[in-house]
Design a protein around this ligand. Sequence first.
Ligand code: SF4
Ligand code: SF4
Length: 361
Amino acid sequence: MDEDLLAVDHCIDCGKCYDVCHIAKVTDNKYTPRSKIMLLQKLIDGDELEQEEINDVYLSTRCGACDDVCPMNIPITDIIQREREILAKQEKEPARTTQICRNIFEAGSPGRKDASVRNSWVTDELEFEDSSDVAYMAGCWIAFAHQNIARSTIRILNAGGITPRTIPDETCCGLFLIDNGHLEEAKEHAKKYVEYIESLGIKRVIASCPGCYTVLKEEYPKLFREPNFEVIYSLSLFDQLIDEGKLTPKKLNKTVSVRDACAIMEMSDIPRKILSSMGVEVREIFDRKRACCGGPAGVKPNFPEISSKVAMLAIEHLKDTPDGTVSYCPFCYHHLENVCHEKNEEIDMQDISQLLLESIL
Ligand code: SF4
Ligand code: SF4
């Protein structure tokens, strides 16, 4: 029997996945992780899904909260990816998903942005060394929407004695392709990008975006092969520079809440350690559990209202922290900020790199 079907068969309908899924929460359990995986049999049998069932498959950010709690260890997010792969082949995926995949594959970014302005965040006060074998990858959300994160990251690296280079033809990491089961395109994309970075003689890539970091580090080896360069998460490097005494943060004496990044929850001690080195106390709001913003993997473009409702769950909690919220995921930052504008809400949020820069200046 098919391994995934066997796993689905083990579901005991305990409801634990409903309780952690923010999409289930805002839709009164109309769309649950269990309801998604139960569609696999039909898809494998080649049966056509109803539109509501297709919506169910695409109403997931693939945050992984359900995987964390399933007592039967059902690989829920992998099954959702597989279902999307089948639907894409049947040409039944949402039109916006098809378009975004095409934008990434053909033009290098989800929003088909002008690639010639991708590195326009580079300014004169930042130090780069074109011959360096250490490169910085900003990623789409930082390069096109939140360039200050790239600038503060480079200023911190420079202060810590690191002078990286940019990647002239940087491109999207391809996370959206992976999340939506476009695995053949994702493979080709990974191959091209890995070979391009290697052709520049780059030995280490520093990524600030948790999505880019996990895709380069964990997905490319599965899709293509282990790259001949190391992939480093910018916060791990900041932490190391602080430990080595190359960065000496001043005490800021603040209390903040933290927006954790679903993609790297296992690394969530690192931002807290950096904050502690700045004398910043963390008020834990989400109990160190995944609290998805509701935007990724196509939920925001395909189901904007549901996506905003999920974001509002987070925003309501974040409004009351005395000195604001610290984020380390540019996509989360972008989505929550947009929803605040849309709903006339206000939260005081900044990327951790900006706070760290403030404390070392
Ligand atoms: S947590 Fe696992 S076993 Fe429980 S309902 Fe969800 S999928 Fe089924
Ligand atoms: S991955 Fe997240 S959004 Fe998707 S079904 Fe699981 S808990 Fe819900």
